[in-house]
Design a protein around this ligand. Structure first.
Ligand code: ZN
Length: 239
């Protein structure tokens, strides 16, 4: 009975709007599964890892971890949009927290933290670049510009099974800069009336080893970063 089954799909959505999961009960009101309904949306805060400030848009939770995986590994559009909204909320918060004048008129430069090229090859896309595209589409307030100026300069391992110390070693000297990107930033800086605010962008911050390594590479090239924008950050590194 295709007609009736069509109606039941309308009344009872079979897939979660955010993570596209089939199995769990999907709320008719929100279109979300039970797990995604538990995500508390957009509570911005800042935290520190080493010398760098991390601005986050949502609390970290197992449900958020699941959502990040859906965006990253399964290319879920709505999950990615949720992360992008969360990062935009963190940007708004970061700008409000900067004491420098004329923040509204300053150009915002977003520098993506690249994934391992092996991971991108397996997925067939670069999650972080799609995420920044989505941020640009949703953005209405800020003068945003994405500049890709980081590249991996050594082979790094998948970090998921590594402890804190191993992650630090894994990420040590992991990044180099792309000179065209650095030149672009310097050109903007000299052209604009007010110095641009520069942020690193990552979907999730855990130990901070990755963002710290990226920050070191940029500092060496003379680039001062105002902080990291992320959808969320784990409270403490747990294993
Ligand atoms: Zn879901």
């Amino acid at each position: 009975m295709p007609f009736l089954s069509g109606i039941s799909t309308l009344i009872f959505p079979q897939k979660c709007l955010l993570c596209a999961a089939h199995k769990e009960h999907i709320s008719i009101e929100t279109g979300r599964c039970k797990s995604c309904s538990e995500i508390s949306q957009f509570s911005v805060k800042s935290t520190r890892r080493g010398g760098i400030e991390i601005f986050t848009g949502t609390h970290y939770s197992p449900q958020m971890a699941r959502l990040i995986l859906a965006a990253k590994e399964s290319d879920q559009k709505f999950a990615r949009r949720f992360l992008a909204q969360s990062i935009l909320a963190s940007l708004k918060f970061a700008i409000a927290n900067h004491t420098q004048p004329k923040n509204n008129e300053r150009k915002i430069i977003l520098i993506p933290i690249p994934s391992r090229s092996g991971a991108n090859r397996l997925r067939g896309y670069a999650h972080i670049l799609k995420l920044i595209d989505e941020i640009s589409i949703l953005n209405t307030h800020h003068k945003l510009q994405q500049i890709n100026c980081l590249a991996h300069k050594k082979r790094i391992k998948d970090q998921s099974s590594l402890n804190f110390y191993e992650r630090e070693q894994n990420m040590k000297e992991a990044f180099g800069v792309i000179s065209e990107g650095i030149e672009q930033i310097i050109a903007i800086d000299s052209k604009e009336e007010f110095a641009p605010l520069i942020f690193l962008v990552d979907d999730l911050v855990t130990s901070g080893a990755t963002v710290l390594a990226a920050n070191i590479a940029l500092n060496r090239a003379g680039i001062r970063v105002s902080g990291v924008l992320s959808s969320c950050a784990t409270n403490r590194f747990t294993h």
